[in-house]
Design a protein. Sequence first.
Length: 352
Amino acid sequence: MVRRPLRDAGAGRCIAAALPAVLLSACAPATLVPAHDANASRDTLYVTNKRGNDLSVIDLESGKEMRRVETCANPHELALSPDGTHLAVACYAGTRVDILATAGLEKAASIELGENARPHGIVWHDNGDIYVTAEGRKSIFRVKDPVGPKPETFEFSTGKDGSHMLAVSPDACHAWTMDLGSGTVTLVDLLTRRAPRSAVVGVEPEGIDLSPDGTVLWVSARGSDTAIELEPMTLNVRREINVGRFPLRLAIRPQGDVAVTSNLADGSLTVIDVATGEPVRTIAVSSPEEAQTRFQVTILWSDDGQRVYVAETGTDTVAEIDYASGTLLRRIKVGDGGDGLAILSAGAHGAD
């Protein structure tokens, strides 16, 4: 799917279109050329183990852990660079983002965010910049040129407690956070720094994702067992539907046609048709009786949309599901408290 700039529903044009060109350059995505890695011939799954304080590297062909490397304390979410050469790890128990080279997993950089940051949700945008929430500072950070000689950080206030999960628009002009402490979703203007806009949605909202074209925003509310579609720029509710129990995360398929919620309390995924806003089926990852033991959290789609990966932090496993059939294919053993997920596809290692 081709990514298009986020558009204002009323004006029918890119929101930033009327701004000076010098400002537009700040949010226009750059074209990044993948780096070639001659040793990367298989798909690789990376998993941050938040209790083990380390990172598991999984060969997806065999399902075996190839390597485990030490990270910062309590690593949660992670993000892969657009060219596949680096991983960014949000150090939730601390104040920084650590960046590792995928080729050798050595640390390439540490980005300090300041006192009490507690970074969590993280996006490595197609423009090359990193965006990360800082729960303890009620803010989002943008990290410009994160693996360059002099990375720059820019802080944007959300004004809300516990800004946790994150979505960023395709043009990098706006971001949305889920604010656990305030029970809100917040829209942050990354270009003009206008005051953030927040709305109360559901009960205990936490999961969030934006469609690949930037026109559809879905959130999940774990306390009300609902998924909610919002108009991205106004935060008005378009529809609200019932899903499984305690939907902790939500992820839209890369093809943009469906979203799934990760329902911790019953061990299922609810599949939502994005066009109609209707739930179309439920995929059982585990039984409701197993759910509290497995503690299903993060979900990740494969790039081709054929597989869904589900982190089960209670049993130190990642479940692999065939999307078309809803079949559980296998459980992959990872480290202690596997949570954040990223996949580096063999093809994405990059031929010149």
